[in-house]
Design a protein around this ligand. Structure first.
Ligand SMILES: [Zn+2]
Length: 321
């Protein structure tokens, strides 16, 4: 009897442990798929995601002396002010203070040093060393240049105005891009592929094989000048959201109508607009899919109509709301 109770107790402890592990794995996974992060080069990925170290005296900022703010290269979180930077002679940017709450300290895998990561995205920055006597704060954040971006003082106001992204698929991406590229508040547009399972897809693969991807457009916009809702309305009015897996002459799931939402707010706005259209009698076929990795299309597809001076054959603007 007692043995049974003990067994149950162990099972309960085990269950709690497994649950804890699953929760932390889920959190880590969320961080890995944050769509607002900047795309990294393989070298940035090696240092920031895989805790690598750049060679001393090779980085962009070890001897950099301008006034401004150093931000996380992956998520743009402000980390260090230039006022905290000092010359340590080590060949890595050194700071004796961090911006409050911006940097997290963790025991390093080597059991001796203290690792520092960005508190917002957990990207690897470097290490922190204490009591070396460099400055009165007795603290040296030893940071890889490649984990940082520098925002000069005069650009700060512009940088504070963070940009946002939206991803839409509405048939041939040339036509969709045509309308978004000229929309006020839109900073940039990129055509590409998303929503499928094939890494690094090519145009041919998306057209002729089953990649699951849709031809899509990634819009970067200034939330002070426009909004996701305004752009989503434009999306619904520049393609036909009632067509299933096609848009005019273009047929196939790669031409499906879809909004790839980046956060819950975008999802809610999209669903609200779809029900508004349904109330007006439209049988909306638009899929509401969670955004996954966006693969840029080949260069010759970018700004197609602007480059060729032609007009879209597949997309016209119609007031629907
Ligand atoms: Zn970060």
């Amino acid at each position: 009897m007692r043995k049974n109770i003990r067994k149950q107790l162990w099972q309960a402890i085990f269950a709690v442990l497994v649950l804890g592990l699953m929760t932390s794995a889920a959190t880590a996974e969320n961080k890995e798929t944050d769509m607002s992060w900047n795309k990294l080069t393989p070298e940035e990925e090696r240092v920031i995601a895989h805790k690598g170290t750049e060679r001393a005296f090779t980085g962009e900022y070890w001897n950099h002396k301008e006034d401004g703010t150093y931000v996380c290269r992956r998520c743009d979180n402000p980390l260090f002010h230039s006022g905290a930077k000092f010359n340590s002679g080590t060949g890595w940017p050194s700071f004796d203070d961090e911006i409050d709450g911006a940097v997290k300290r963790l025991p390093d895998g080597d059991g001796m040093r203290t690792e520092i990561v960005c508190a917002s995205c957990d990207g690897h920055l470097g290490h922190v060393f204490m009591n070396e006597g460099f400055t009165s704060k007795n603290t040296r954040h030893c940071v890889n240049s490649i984990s940082l971006n520098f925002i000069p003082e005069e650009h700060k106001a512009a940088a504070a105005r963070k940009t946002q992204k939206a991803i839409f698929a509405g048939g041939c991406f040339w036509g969709v891009e045509h309308y978004f590229a000229i929309e006020p508040g839109v900073i940039s547009t990129t055509v590409g592929y998303t929503g499928g399972h094939k890494d690094n897809p090519t145009y041919k693969e998306v057209c002729y094989t089953d990649t699951g991807h849709a031809e899509a457009i990634e819009v970067v916009f200034d939330p002070d000048k426009t909004s996701f809702e305004k752009l989503a309305r434009l999306f619904f009015e520049t393609h036909d959201p009632t067509q299933v897996d096609r848009q005019g002459p273009d047929i196939g799931t790669q031409y499906r109508s879809a909004v790839f939402y980046i956060d819950d707010e975008q999802k809610a706005v999209t669903e609200k607009l779809i029900s508004a259209l349904e109330d007006k009698g439209y049988k909306v076929a638009t899929k509401v899919e969670k955004a996954s990795r966006f693969w840029d299309a080949e260069d010759y597809h970018q700004d197609y109509y602007a480059k060729t001076g032609r007009e879209p054959y597949c997309h016209v603007k119609i007031n629907r709301f």
